[in-house]
Design a protein around this ligand. Structure first.
Ligand SMILES: [Zn+2]
Length: 327
């Protein structure tokens, strides 16, 4: 016969709760969450829905879970101190990151982060800050949804079957062609259409952050990292000097604008090529994140220039999110 305690243990074990608690106690985990936009797109949205990582309601629920479940929310300056300390204290660390630097990070994410007293890290595309023009990948998504992209916008011989391709595939095509060709295609499309974003109701739906917003957030504990100057797919750049300029130049601009050292970098399109990693190390970054969907084990031996992240999507249910955080 089992006594009450044995019975309880057995029930907890069979339900999976006990093994889970044991594994949580034994390993030190670094969870880095990868968000892009916090926005409520509604029924029709003229930009890329896949870049919306959570509605404000979902984001608040996710932060509440982090707050209530024993995670220590840190930024990369904190991580640096933790890695340099004698002993890694605590078991579960979380870093909340945002790629690109959309204005909604300020409008919707920042007030909620403040409400929960949490830090976060925003990776900026420095050429785009203070611009009223959307990022190139969101302009492309907009043109696609308006039916404005035709085979004639592509170089002869490389025309993808535009009419039949889903947006996600056409965007993948754009991210895997040489950078100069991509820039040429965007020039063709922008020349005919860029004034469409002058319309406040359209342009206001996909806008990069301003330096004023960045400075205000920085004063309230938000860290800013680099996501390059112009958001190319780094492996598609043909000149090494361009790779170096994208990585070093963006760091320099952020540091001179906000007066804080930049220690973190996010590889655009998640592509951590050896060349990109080389320049990231050379120019004094201490951490870099890719887009490989995984948690990180926090040990002395992890590679700080290939940290993985959990992808945040609006399709993620609250239960799926909770399970991904604690298992
Ligand atoms: Zn990006």
């Amino acid at each position: 016969m089992m006594n009450k305690m044995q019975l309880l243990n057995s029930m907890l074990y069979k339900s999976g709760i006990l093994p889970l608690m044991q594994s949580m106690m034994n390993s030190k985990t670094l969870i880095i969450l990868a968000y892009h936009r916090i926005y409520n797109a509604g029924a029709y949205f003229p930009f890329d829905n896949d870049l919306i990582s959570a509605t404000p309601e979902q984001f608040e629920q996710q932060l509440r879970f982090i707050s209530a479940n024993g995670f220590t929310v840190i930024d990369f300056h904190d991580l640096r101190e933790i890695m340099h300390s004698k002993e890694i204290k605590g078991n579960r660390y979380a870093v909340i990151t945002f790629d690109d630097g959309f204005e909604d990070n300020y409008t919707f994410a920042f007030p909620l982060l403040r409400k929960f007293g949490m830090k976060a890290v925003i990776f900026l595309v420095t050429d785009c800050i203070d611009s009223t023009i959307p990022f190139w990948f969101d302009r492309f998504a907009f043109y696609y949804k308006q039916g404005l992209i035709k085979a004639c916008h592509f170089p002869v011989g490389s025309e993808p079957p535009v009419e039949n391709m889903p947006l996600v595939d056409l965007l993948s095509f754009m991210k895997t062609i040489p950078n100069q060709i991509r820039l040429g295609i965007m020039d063709n499309l922008d020349r005919e259409n860029i004034e469409l974003f002058d319309d406040e109701t359209i342009g206001g739906l996909s806008r990069p952050l301003s330096w004023a917003q960045i400075r205000e957030m920085n004063e309230h504990g938000i860290e800013f990292g680099s996501h390059t100057c112009s958001h190319p797919a780094i492996p598609m750049l043909t000149e090494d000097s361009t790779v170096e300029q994208e990585i070093a130049g963006s760091k320099h601009v952020i540091e001179s604008e906000i007066g804080t050292r930049v220690v973190s970098f996010s590889y655009p399109i998640g592509a951590a090529s050896p060349l990109a990693m080389f320049y990231v190390k050379k120019h004094g970054y201490e951490f870099a994140v890719d887009y490989y969907h995984s948690k990180n084990k926090l040990t002395r031996h992890f590679n700080p220039f290939a940290l993985h992240r959990l992808h945040m999507e609006t399709s993620l249910s609250y239960d799926e999110y909770r399970i991904s955080m604690i298992t």
